[in-house]
Every structure is written in structure tokens, then in C-alpha cells.
Write a protein that binds this ligand. Sequence first.
Ligand code: DQA
Length: 146
Amino acid sequence: MNNKIIIINGPNLNLLGEREQSQYGSITFRELKDICLKKSEELGLTTDFFQSNIEGEIVNLIQDSRKNFDGIIINAAAFTHTSVAIRDALNIFKKPIIELHISNIYKREEFRHKSLISDVVTGGIFGLGADGYILAIISMQKLLKK
Ligand code: DQA
């Protein structure tokens, strides 16, 4: 059964609830994790929820995900705009990938307008706040059913 997914969160997302509430809202990382796991369970998905501030750890995890998971939801945070290594790792993962951003990166500083991963993922969600995670989980379940 294709029902194992991983949600990967990049740098500083562990500080949700504390950092820039005008961009990211007041939800804490812990609360976000809880709602994602609850939604996943409702939809019959087994989900790992992961965060790291370290680029290489995320690359290793994406590589390992090839055998351990059927789909990836990734908010690569600041690495979205800088990391060729994360892009290359995602490109090797031949299963569905959803790129996610809580804020609308195109309404913000120009350096955030460029994502190095958008053209190697299946699809993306941005600017819808923490709800984006729920929408991504719903979409991933549909992608895995196909
Ligand atoms: C973010 C947007 C990035 O530009 C930023 O560096 C983040 C979070 C988002 O979820 O809106 O850390 O990925």
C-alpha cells in the first residue's frame, strides 16, 4: 500500500509561533505537527514529521526516503532559495513531492521569489498559512491513490 509519507521542514520552522507571526501566524511547531498527524491518520496515511536546521541532514533524509516513503511534502524554508543539494536529492526521488510554503514567497523580498526546487516537484502550495499543510496532505493522499 502506498501510504507512507514524510513531511520535511527546513531551518527555523521549529520556531513557529515565535518567529515573524505576521508571515507565519501563531501556530506553534508542536501544534502544526499534531494537526498534520491527525489529518494523516484520518486519511489513512502513516506520516513522519521532521525538522532540521542542517542542510546535509535533509539531503540524507531525502535519500533515505527513496526506500522508506511513498511521498514527500517539503517546506525547505530558506534552503528553498539556496540549496542545489536539496534540489538534486529531490530530483532522485521518483515519487510524488509537494513543495510547501506557509507565506506567499512571491509577495516578499525578491530573493525569496526564486525556488530551486519548484521544477523538480510534482506541485506546490504557498501563501495559505498552516492550512497549506492540510491541503498538501489531502493532495498527497490523492496522488498516492492514482
Ligand atoms: C518559508 C518561506 C521561506 O522564504 C523562509 O525562509 C522560511 C519559510 C514559508 O514557509 O513561508 O523559513 O518556506
